[in-house]
Structures are given as C-alpha cells and as structure tokens.
Design a protein around this ligand. Structure first.
Ligand code: PLP
Length: 486
C-alpha cells in the first residue's frame, strides 16, 4: 500500500481481500470510501503491500518474538536492525530482538513507532512473509540456487549487464538504498533527481542526506534544468524511466553524456519500462534498478528488487553493493527467489501483451468524453512522445488519466462502478490493477503542492494486464458512463 499504515493498533481491523493469494502484495479497495477510511486511519487493514501493511505471518512472527510490546515491527535480519539502530534511525530508541536470523525491532511509544514504520518502509528492510511463515512453522529454507538462476535470467534480459554485477534484494527500496550508498561521495554530496520519483525514493534520499547534514536532493523537470542546476558538488543523478504516475521520459543519452564528463554517477530506476522496453546500461548508465515486485514477477505475489551495475563503471560500485548486502542482510529470500524465477519464464511474452494492451486502453481513454487527459508515453499528445519513440520499445503497462470536471463525486462514481476486479495499489501484474494514485500516495498534500507536481487530486492509474483488452475497456466503460451521470 502506498500510504501510511492506517489506523492504530486500537482501530477496527478490516480483512480486505488480497490480490495475489496468501502472499499477495495488494489489497482490494472495492469502493473509494474504503480507501479514504484507510487513509483517514479509521480502519486498519491486514493485507496489502508488504512494506506498508504488516502481513499476518510477519505480525505473528513479531508477536511471538516480543509478546510484551505493542510497538514492534519485524525486519529481514539482525544486521538490518543494527543498521537502522546505529546508522539510519539514530533518533529512535530501538531495541532489537533476534530470532532465527531475523529480528523484531521495538520502540517505546506510538510517536516513535510511526517514525520507525516509515524508516523500515523507506529502506525496504522488510521481512518476507514467506520467510516469516517458514520461521513460524519451522520449515527449512529452499535451495538458494533459485537466486542464482534469477540473477542469470534477469541479466540475460538486461543488455549490457553481467551476471557477476547483478544483485538481488528483499525489496525494490532495498535495492535503491544500496545503489545510493554505493555511489554516494561525501566530497560531492549533491543528488539530483530528474522528474518526480516514487514517494519512498524521495523520502529515503531526503532522510539519508539530511541526517548526514547535507542538503536534500534537488528535483528538476528534465535534462535542461539538470544541466543548469548541476554544480561541482553534484555526485549522483537519479531518474525513473518513465516516471510514475505521469509517465514522463527523460533524455537519457544527454543526461549520461553530461554526467560522465563530470564523473557524476547515473542511477536509473527502470521498474516501469522494464528490461523488455529499455536497457539503460547500453546508454552508459552506471546502475539500473528494478522492483522485481512489479513487471518482472508479474503476479502480485512477491516482493524484491534487483541492481545491475555497468561493467564499465568503477569496480568499487559493485564492491560497495556487496558490502552493503553483507552489512544490512537485505538480500532476497530464497523462497521469494523461487517464486520470481518461476514467473520470469513468462516475462517477455507478458510484456509484449502488456505493451499492446496498454496502448489500446490509452487510446480508448483519450477518445472518451468523460476523460480530460491521459498520460501514456506513446500517445500523440504526450510531451515526451519523441523521447519515448527514441528510447522505448513499447510504453509498458502504466496509464494514468484525469476525469473531465475532476471531483470527489465523479471519482467515486467512476471508481465504484468500474468493473475492473483488481482495484488495488500495486502495478505490473498480469491482472489489471486500478487505483486513485494521488489519493493513495499524497492524501494529505494541499492543492498548491499537488499542482506544483502536476498532479490532479483524483488522478486514476491503471496498470494494464494481459487480459483481453476489450474486456478491460468494457470494464472501464461502465465507470466512465457513471461519471457522466454524477
Ligand atoms: N520504484 C518504483 C518506480 C516503484 O513504483 C516502486 C514501488 O512501487 C519502487 C521503486 C519500490 O519497490 P518495492 O515496493 O519493491 O520496494
């Protein structure tokens, strides 16, 4: 879930259905009112995105490990707990309770708990629900060779990468954190982010820098602003391709050319494009990152991340990533690797279908009178369509759109009547997912701040899946007809 954990320990618990089964990474919010209640904290949910919602197995593991505390959260390893206590969350009074290599962290009160929860979410040091289940049931780990097989397979998709420079993590955020730590240089602490990144990425970068008494990252719109604002102290440039949810595409070649000439490291989060549509290492990026939770796994039932380092970049990047993995114990769980490996088999055919379906859905939406504006890189009106045509084989599955006369009433009419079964916050699955992305991510943000980010409060995001595209369109149509009556 992309928001706060919702409710306190005392709020009523709502067991919403999960997409993706026992280890599903998304809850279903059938009505917009359910999502609002979650964001308002009047309900607490027990299933959802595992960095945001305490999975019942993870919660049970924490409970049996530290029965006496109300303010506890399990993390992937004792090392991760120590890293948070000693290096990242020093403002908190964390106690660490080890059990079978994993750990439960406790803090003394509710205020500190809210901060701890956010730090664990940002760093992605989450305990896998599969591992929690094994620990609770005393089941052995599966063969670790699934992790090696995932490394080989992902590296084969990502042109310009090498198996020995490919690293798996327990979450996408864990991978981003490792990339940041492996490229950060105290002599040149400036970090520039091109386009609005995923909410936890900006929070992680800001905390990492400000807690070391450096300025937070600067966020610029595109290449021109990057070139203008880059100073001698800039050491890292980070970008998502395309961005989420507005699907902006930056001029990667120019960015890399400019950065390389100044020895600035380039990190690309290509989670949305996927290695099927772009291979940033071939343009000279230093590191490409993917949240494997999304399109690479494609089934909404796994949490993980991967980094692939350019073999031509300085060797110390790979060495520092290995050190980070050893120091934080934030590598991927072998059972998560097994699930990922099984689903990587269908990755390429999945992406071919998703590219085609999403373009059809984006075109349908842009022709509908109830829709004001559609964001998809391969649509004629998109500001970066020429860059998309240059860099991307296909537009991938994410489409966002605003309703005409955008309002809460119209958004509810659309959302509640739309027949897409997967009304949930994640993206990148074979199953189409719909979510009111601004409400989910920036619920408390005021109008001026949203406008500055170019975000409509009721922006809808669809992650188009592999179903029959005309079925998806007919499910959307029911919602759009309801908007006209609202
Ligand atoms: N990068 C992007 C573009 C994302 O959308 C997300 C999650 O939604 C992440 C990174 C973080 O990945 P994970 O949730 O696997 O930690």
């Amino acid at each position: 879930m992309h928001g706060d954990c919702g409710g306190s320990m005392n709020e009523p618990c709502k067991d919403l259905p999960a997409i993706g089964g026992e280890h599903g990474v998304s809850a279903v919010f059938t009505k917009l009112a359910d999502l609002i209640a979650f964001k308002e904290g009047s309900i607490r949910i027990t299933r959802g995105y595992p960095r945001f919602v305490n999975h019942p197995y993870v919660d049970a593991f924490a409970r049996v490990t530290v029965p006496g505390s109300e303010y506890r959260w399990a993390v992937s390893s004792v090392e991760a707990g120590r890293y948070l206590r000693d290096r990242f969350s020093q403002n908190l009074s964390i106690e660490i309770f080890e059990r079978a290599g994993a750990a439960v962290l406790t803090v003394p009160d509710r205020e500190q708990f809210a901060l701890l929860y956010e730090d664990i979410r940002n760093t992605g040091f989450t305990l896998s629900s599969r591992r929690a289940k094994r620990l609770l049931c005393g089941v052995n780990d599966p063969e670790p060779d699934y992790l090696d097989r995932c490394v080989k397979k992902i590296s084969s998709f990502e042109k310009g990468s090498r198996i020995e420079d490919t690293f798996l993590f327990s979450s996408g955020m864990g991978a981003i954190f490792a990339a940041l730590c492996a490229t950060f240089d105290e002599q040149r602490p400036g970090v520039c982010i091109i386009g609005n990144p995923y909410v936890d990425t900006i929070q992680l970068f800001s905390k990492f820098l400000t807690r070391k008494n450096f300025a937070p990252p600067s966020v610029v719109e595109g290449y021109e602003e990057f070139e203008m604002t880059t100073g001698d102290d800039t050491g890292i440039v980070f970008l998502e391709i395309p961005t989420n949810p507005l699907l902006r595409v930056a001029d990667l070649e120019k960015i890399v050319h400019f950065a390389r000439a100044r020895d600035i490291r380039v990190i690309v989060d290509a989670t949305i494009a996927t290695p099927y549509n772009i291979n940033p290492l071939q343009y000279g990026a230093d590191i490409v990152m993917h949240s494997t939770t999304k399109f690479l796994n494609g089934h909404n039932d796994h949490l993980g991340g991967v980094l692939l380092v350019n073999p031509e970049s300085p060797d110390m990047i790979g060495r520092k990533i290995k050190d980070f993995l050893a120091l934080t114990g934030s590598g991927m769980d072998p059972e998560e690797g097994k699930v990922l490996f099984e689903h990587l088999a269908g990755f390429q055919s999945r992406m071919e279908k998703i590219n085609n379906n999403a373009l059809l859905v984006a075109r349908y939406l842009s022709s509908h009178q109830a829709v004001d504006c559609v964001n998809y890189p391969f649509l004629d009106g998109h500001p970066d369509r020429h860059l998309a045509a240059k860099y991307l084989k296909g537009g991938s599955g994410v489409v966002s759109f605003s309703l005409r006369g955008s309002s809460f009433e119209r958004a509810s009419a659309f959302y509640d009547r739309c027949r897409i079964p997967g009304k949930g916050p994640s993206l990148g699955a074979e199953e189409t997912l719909l979510c009111p992305i601004t409400l989910l991510t920036y619920y408390k943000m005021d109008d001026a701040a949203l406008e500055a980010m170019g975000l409509d409060r009721y922006l809808m995001r669809i992650s188009v899946g592999t179903e029959d595209p005309y079925l998806i369109i007919s499910q959307l149509e029911d919602g759009l007809l309801a908007v006209e009556d609202a």
